[in-house]
Design a protein around this ligand. Structure first.
Ligand code: SAH
Length: 344
């Protein structure tokens, strides 16, 4: 059945126009309830019972419920395992920064991309999330903490650009004044590098931040750790990033996880510096989270420093990601994977 919270607000307005009792201010009331985060028609207390029943004949709600929460004792980070209506689970992470509460959301159940270092991809992709299932992760966490979330990063389980239309509907509803009213500048989308969709996204001209999971400066290294590179090699990906920057005028954030002995040599730093030199970009170095199955180890701190310095010498802006919630470990994908193993 059609999820009422999966439609864009524009689509929803037209759908409600077709229902005689739901026109005009009724339609506004219904939309307000949805974007207050209700998960059933019964909660729409100022809408008549008849109309609620009529809506329930045509629509359902797609949402996730908190199954487990893991609060960090070190910082305010909380990791959540959320259960969807069909029993599948995804993860969301709340991070507290000075500039506000940030949520890291999932966009798919599992992932098709097959990156060798990543826990989310181990069982493949099961399905895409709907727009409603994405937005409900925000409501579930806001309700849990009793505070507003002001920033969103699409860096949880899944490849957002492999679920393009639902992600776009989600972004529109998050941004809509009648929706969550969160500015596009407070939203980041991370991709492993699907270049046709990067071009499509550039044409949407949304002032979000695009993060690109580069993780290697050459095809030789990237082919070994990211299967997507066989389809879209580094030079094509960088060309797409340059088109994106030209079209949108926005800085790209390149994510680079440092894996011991794989992509962290001085030569790799040199090649990365040459590859990105002069681009409107930012490099985010992330010491890899160790996922047991992958056998990969994180780069030690002194090697991270050398790597960073080499890039800075090329004039690049580089940060090393501060690790939050290190005591609750479970980098994205691991909670869900543990749960799948328990159920098996
Ligand atoms: N599919 C998208 C978004 C989800 S992954 C993408 O690839 O960007 C979010 C980020 O976490 C990506 O940069 C991904 O490469 C990174 N990541 C995956 N496994 C990791 C690990 N074990 N340690 C550190 N970062 C990891």
């Amino acid at each position: 059945m059609q999820g009422i919270n999966d439609l864009t607000i524009e689509q929803l307005k037209s759908a409600l126009e077709q229902i005689p009792q739901a026109k005009g201010f009724r339609s506004k009331q219904i939309i307000e309830w949805i974007y207050k985060g209700v998960a059933s028609f019964d909660e729409m207390t100022n809408v008549s019972r008849d109309l609620r029943e009529r809506l329930a004949e045509e629509f359902t709600f797609h949402y996730g419920e908190i199954e487990q929460r893991f609060p960090s004792k070190i910082d305010g980070t909380i990791k959540y395992l959320l259960r969807l209506a069909d029993g599948h689970c995804v993860e969301a992470v709340l991070m507290r920064y000075k500039h506000g509460n940030t949520i890291c959301l999932s966009t798919q159940v599992g992932c098709l991309m097959g990156c060798k270092f990543c826990a989310s991809t181990i069982g493949g992709k099961i399905r895409d999330l709907t727009a409603g299932e994405m937005i409900s992760q925000i409501y579930a966490v806001q309700k849990d903490i009793g505070e507003r979330i002001s920033n969103i990063v699409l860096m949880g389980i899944g490849e957002p650009l492999d679920n393009y239309d639902n992600v776009l509907a989600f972004l529109h509803n998050v941004n809509e004044p009648m929706g969550l009213n969160i500015g596009y500048r407070h939203i980041s989308l991370s991709t492993c590098g699907l270049i046709n969709e990067i071009d499509r996204l550039a044409d949407e001209e949304l002032p979000i931040t695009l993060s690109v999971s580069l993780h290697a400066p050459t095809n030789e290294i990237r082919d070994k750790i990211m299967p997507v590179n066989k389809k879209y090699p580094v030079e094509q990906l960088i060309a797409a990033c340059k088109r994106y920057i030209k079209k949108t005028g926005r800085r790209i954030s390149f994510e680079y996880i440092l894996i011991d002995g794989v992509n962290d040599t001085p030569q790799a730093a040199q090649s990365l510096g040459d590859l990105l030199k002069g681009m409107l970009c930012h490099v985010n170095l992330i010491p890899a989270n160790e996922v047991e199955e992958t056998g990969m180890k994180r780069t030690p701190p002194h090697v991270v420093k050398v790597f960073q310095k080499k890039l800075e010498d090329k004039g690049l802006t580089v940060t090393v990601r501060r690790e939050l919630g290190s005591d609750i470990k479970a980098s994205c994908g691991q909670l869900r994977k543990n749960r799948m193993e328990q159920n098996a």
